[in-house]
Design a protein around this ligand. Structure first.
Ligand code: SF4
Length: 738
């Protein structure tokens, strides 16, 4: 791979920048992009850039979806270019300089430390961070400030996958790679609309399906028919919240068919007896009734599983965003372990990450219970290793895991948080029960928002706005779902006074007196310190540097010191040794619990939420792309014909969805592609959008007790008509869905 046009600092204003290669800053597929300046930069305005897929990126081989292809159109829109401040939320913001901004931060940090101690400080970061941002933020909060209250929006996305992998296999880390899509003969997609949410990966699967036909079987488990299920040989439209029962039902049939790999179970796992007992009770009849599917469908899936040479499971938020997310991840891994469908090419339990660098966040310790290098705060030896590496006194890192994001919200309600610092995310759209989040934030004396963009919903509850440089304006790395790390160079000038997040955190650290700990002079130096801390860990990437990535292109970990470029490991656990105390994987036997908020007489339907192909999360960027706006101009409330008739809703009219926490309205799409009893809304449209439809306003806060991931995929709701007649024109999204 040719060298990347990399630099720590972007081109001078007005200069004609060179071509650059980077990972796409949207989803966790992590496609390679090649960006070229399309025009000489106008004086003094920013250059425009053309984007195409990078054919030399090993994860995507030149493929790109509409989001990646249009990312350059989003970079200059609506930017936050100067720090801004207001003492009270009913005041307008006024511009300030960075000196004043740091003074406000330091004053509040010192005041909070004196009055409440370190637990009064909290940060909520983002899978949009580069790994260097994550690392320095963690070092600042968990190291210098002594507060483990650093959490990230990955909590909403894949923390159940983290805890599920760790519990069953002994460590976080997807054991598979994208090449496994080309080698499996059965691919089970459960709780993932891959076609819309991980489109380039899905196209790879589709291409192979067209070529190999019956040699590849695709099974989709989703209450809703989607572009993903359209490509499936078998679609199991289960009731929301019954995934774990379905998995146990497959286990029951594997037992009945004698399709257990006894040698693998005996040599490489523990806990089979308890699982055997549990599975005996999950008969096809019981599973069929609970999941709302035919026994024949369940049997077909079990037969496919038992008869396939290589089974690959893919999942994302449909599994993770559940009150039993960790248990369901364990249920998927159980099936792979008992059938020996793991640690071989084409096999394995493969969690697809939502955010572009949520994987990098996991590596850098970017959740409230983690430390860098897949270490746990609860582990005294891990804390001591990190304290030594950070040059801090023993005991500097608090022994208790910090507050996950919903716990941060609850702590703000109780008045226990003196500083809530939100960075590169928009929780006033993406968290559940938005009215409660808003009220909690309003109860916090200082809410800081580091953002690249102006006017997000979260800015409405902030006192201090800090302009952040974004992807393309700062150097750093991202890790995609297959553990591949790509260097993303700074190839554009950050606007105004915007600064890289890691630079802001490091500057604050120095001003707080931690001069030697935060003396980084470049992102490459940050990465060097971080990568050294991963040596000997399962996510060992100590052999990588910015220079190596620039010279040799993206690399997969494990990549220890001395590893040759291209020699990182594509798969984990090839030796069948798992990083548990016994070296064996743990089978987990848990009874399904169902939904935390099941439907009832007053709220008889289950609302599930999801994403559209073109939009990214809270639309901070994609709302500015005309092609995407045209494709998805409005949010659509998908309702089964029987439910629409029962509640008096008409296709194309406006309908209201109401839960125990509030109500939102949207254009109704009557479609039999969603099962009766379930309705769907996209989660993208926040309060600032013209067609506001805050789907997450309706969702409850209850989540998985292990992963602390909220059950954002299901809440009990009811429907009411708002208009008797159709009001809005047909849209491309609507055409695609009908
Ligand atoms: S599939 Fe994901 S990573 Fe690839 S171009 Fe699309 S949004 Fe970007």
């Amino acid at each position: 791979m040719p060298p990347v046009a990399n630099s720590e600092s972007a081109s001078a204003p007005g200069a004609r920048p060179g071509p650059a290669r980077a990972q796409c800053p949207y989803c966790g597929v992590g496609c390679g992009l090649e960006l070229k300046p399309s025009d000489p930069a106008p004086e003094p305005g920013p250059a425009s850039w053309s984007v195409r897929g990078d054919r030399q990126h090993p994860s995507s081989l030149g493929q790109v979806c509409i989001k990646g292809a249009t990312v350059a159109e989003t970079l200059n829109h609506n930017r936050l270019v100067q720090p801004q401040w207001r003492e009270r939320l009913d005041q307008p913001f006024r511009p300030i300089d960075w000196e004043q901004a740091f003074a406000i931060l330091i004053n509040q940090i010192q005041h909070t430390l004196a009055s409440s101690g370190p637990s009064g400080l909290a940060m909520y970061g983002s899978g949009q961070f580069l790994t260097e941002d994550y690392y320095v933020a963690n070092k600042l909060f968990k190291g210098a400030l002594g507060s483990n209250n650093f959490d990230a929006n990955s909590r909403l996305c894949m923390s159940s996958a983290v805890s599920g992998y760790a519990r069953s296999l002994g460590s976080d880390g997807p054991p598979c790679c994208y090449d496994d899509l080309d080698l499996a003969d059965l691919v089970v997609l459960i709780g993932t609309n891959t076609a819309d949410c991980h489109p380039v990966l899905f196209q790879r699967l589709l291409k192979r399906k067209r070529k190999t036909k019956e040699a590849l079987q695709i099974v989709v488990v989703d209450p809703r028919a989607t572009a993903t299920s359209d490509a499936a040989d078998l679609h199991l439209a289960i009731r929301p919240g019954t995934d774990l029962a379905l998995l146990h039902g497959i286990g029951h049939l594997l037992l009945r068919q004698g399709a257990i790999d006894r040698a693998f179970v005996d040599q490489h796992t523990q806990g089979f007896a308890a699982l055997d007992t549990l599975w005996q009770a999950w008969t096809p009849e019981r599973v069929s009734i609970l999941c709302g599917i035919a026994i024949a469908q369940l049997e077909q899936l079990a037969q496919l599983w038992a008869g396939s040479q290589a089974v690959l499971s893919l999942w994302s938020m449909g599994v993770n965003q559940s009150r039993e997310g960790t248990a369901t991840v364990g249920g998927i891994i159980n099936l792979h372990l008992v059938s020996g469908q793991i640690a071989r090419p084409g096999t394995g339990p493969f969690s697809l990450t939502g955010q572009p660098n949520a994987m990098g966040g996991r590596e850098a310790g970017g959740l409230a219970q983690l430390l860098p290098g897949y270490r746990a705060i609860a582990n005294p030896a891990h804390r001591a290793e990190v304290e030594r590496h950070w040059g801090l006194a023993p005991g500097a890192i608090a022994a208790e895991p910090g507050l996950a994001v919903w716990q941060q919200v609850e702590a703000m309600e109780r008045g226990e948080i003196g500083l809530w610092w939100v960075a590169a995310t928009n929780p006033l759209v993406s968290l559940p029960w938005l009215d409660r989040v808003r009220a909690a934030a309003q109860n916090c004396p200082l809410v800081v928002l580091s953002e690249a963009y102006a006017g997000t919903e979260t800015a409405a509850v902030a006192h201090l706005l800090l302009p952040a440089a974004q992807w393309s304006e700062k150097a750093g790395v991202m890790t995609n779902s297959e553990r591949r790390i790509t260097l993303c160079p700074a190839f554009r000038q950050a606007p105004g006074e915007a600064r890289a997040d890691w630079e802001i955190f490091a500057e604050l650290g120095r001003r707080l007196g931690f001069v030697s700990q935060f003396g980084f002079d470049s992102a490459a130096a940050v990465f060097q310190e971080f990568s050294a801390l991963t040596a000997g860990r399962i996510c060992d990437l100590s052999g990588m540097s910015h220079g190596l990535l620039a010279d040799h292109g993206p690399q997969q970990w494990p990549f220890p010191q001395g590893c040759a470029p291209g020699a990182g490991q594509a798969r984990l656990y090839g030796d069948r040794h798992f990083p548990t105390p016994s070296g064996r994987a743990q089978l987990v036997a848990e009874q399904p619990l169902g939904l935390a908020e099941p439907p009832c007489d007053q709220f008889p339907l289950v609302l599930t939420v999801g994403r559209y192909l073109g939009h990214w999360h809270t639309m901070t960027r994609t709302a500015h792309v005309e092609r995407i706006r045209q494709r998805h101009p409005v949010p659509l409330l998908e309702v089964n014909p029987a439910d629409a008739a029962h509640h008096g809703l008409v296709d194309g009219a406006l309908g209201q969805v109401r839960s125990r926490r509030g109500a939102v309205s949207a254009q109704v799409l009557v479609t039999d592609r969603i099962r009766p009893g379930t309705v769907f809304l996209p989660m993208h449209w926040g309060a600032s959008q013209e067609q506001a439809c805050e789907a997450n306003r309706l969702m409850h806060e209850l989540g998985c007790p292990i992963s602390k991931q909220p059950e954002l995929k299901a809440a009990a709701v009811t429907l009411e008509p708002l208009t008797p007649e159709p009001v809005i024109q047909e849209t491309p999204t609507l055409k695609a869905l009908v």
